[in-house]
Write a protein that binds this ligand. Structure first.
Ligand code: GTP
Ligand code: MG
Length: 365
């Protein structure tokens, strides 16, 4: 795979004809942010209007050719399609663009690439490997199906088919090996949890959309010095710090973990179960949200739905509205009105403003 920095990239998004241009633009901005986090240079952004994805090429055959010709002229070597494609679709588009030496990724490929770039711990690396195997598996089978269709006639077993079987076994084996290695980490975490229980240490876990300021908050509350950056998925593992509750005269643990993003398939989330287990076992969740983000409400929903998938919605939870310094009084009032029913506090993790409100709420709960 071409992992060169500042690789020239074409972005394409499929939009439904009724979608507003603002919405279409928003989607592209987010995709571009992901690409910049990855480290590529976007040379063209394209939209394709369709009511439904094309069954074989997702964006439509004409569009694929257009991209090939334009991409070649501009020296692009990668096309990223802003969706999760079916194995068949990725295969078809890749085949069509092969003659232009243009590689094709879907949204999940891009996220996985960012993950592998940012992973620092062995545990995170293993989890990404697991996610990749799960993501690539069906694609390879899909390719094999294609091959067997080409190679074998009716009633014969194609060459491709045996290859598919071999690859299937190989991937299954790989997945098993990774899972086994991950078990070691899970056991380690389990032991830590038991020891914490014994010491009666309560844990609070910070969750939220990527780039919301989770790590900044962890650092501010616990005096840790973890990596903070204005990029997506800066954190991919779990970090834990201590927090002293003055009124309770008790120390608790606060943990920070990988952020969420929309359209993250459950299989990818599941691959991170070792890292996320810290959160699944927490006594309480702090849901940090970037209140200055134009997608604020949408992001809240995404996090909510992922928390639902992780079955942690019944835990005591406090919504922490961060980046208050970037939000006007007017917007703040509006948000307060809309979130009347939801227990929330306003803070600025960067300026360490409002943190005492979180501490009080934690003590309450
Ligand atoms: N203006 C402002 N910026 C903030 C605030 N809190 C965090 N940031 C900035 O937001 C960006 C993301 O912060 P992080 O703490 O890395 O966010 P995160 O949620 O841990 O992000 P990931 O680990 O990438 O998912 C950084 O550039 C921070 O400096 C805040 O209260 N106000
Ligand atoms: Mg972080």
């Amino acid at each position: 795979m071409s992992d060169l920095k500042q690789q020239k990239i074409i972005l394409i998004d499929l939009i439904e004809p009724r979608m507003t241009s603002e919405h279409a633009l928003d989607r592209m901005v987010e995709l571009k942010e992901l690409v910049e986090t990855y480290g590529g240079l976007v040379v063209v952004k394209k939209w394709q209007k369709r009511f439904h994805p094309h069954p074989r090429t997702y964006i439509g055959t004409g569009k694929v050719d257009e991209i090939g010709i334009e991409g070649k002229e501009l020296g692009a070597s990668l096309v990223i399609i802003n969706a999760q494609l079916k194995p068949r679709q990725i295969y078809e588009v890749s085949e069509s663009l092969r003659k232009y030496k243009i590689e094709v990724w879907d949204r999940i490929d891009l996220i996985l690439k960012i993950f592998s770039k940012h992973a620092k711990t062995t545990e995170a690396r293993l989890e990404i490997e697991l996610a990749s195997v799960r993501h690539m598996g069906p694609r390879i089978f899909g390719m094999g199906m294609e091959l067997s269709r080409q190679a074998g006639g009716i009633g014969t077993v194609g060459i491709g088919e045996t290859n598919v079987e071999r690859m299937k076994r190989h991937l299954k084996e790989k997945e098993r090996r990774i899972k086994k290695k991950l078990e070691k980490y899970q056991k380690g975490r389990e032991l830590q949890r038991i020891s914490r229980k014994r010491k009666n240490l309560k844990t609070v876990s910070i969750v939220g959309y990527t780039n919301a300021g989770k790590t900044t908050l962890l650092n501010a509350m616990t005096g840790r010095d973890e990596y903070v950056a204005d990029e997506l998925f800066a954190t991919l593992d779990t970090r834990v710090g201590n927090l002293y509750l003055p009124n309770k005269k008790e120390t608790i643990l606060v943990s920070d973990t990988i952020g969420f993003i929309k359209e993250l398939p459950p299989s990818l989330i599941n691959a991170f179960s070792s890292t996320l287990s810290e959160m699944v076992d927490a006594d309480m969740l702090l849901h940090v949200a970037d209140a200055s983000d134009i997608h604020f409400y949408k992001n809240l929903k995404v996090v909510d739905s992922i928390l639902g998938k992780l079955k942690v919605k019944s835990k005591p939870r406090l919504l922490v509205l961060n980046k208050m310094d970037q939000v006007s009084k007017l917007t703040r009032d509006e948000i307060n009105r809309r979130l009347e029913e939801v227990e929330h506090v306003w803070i600025s993790a960067l300026n360490k403003k409002g943190l005492e409100k979180i501490v009080l709420k934690i003590e309450d709960l």
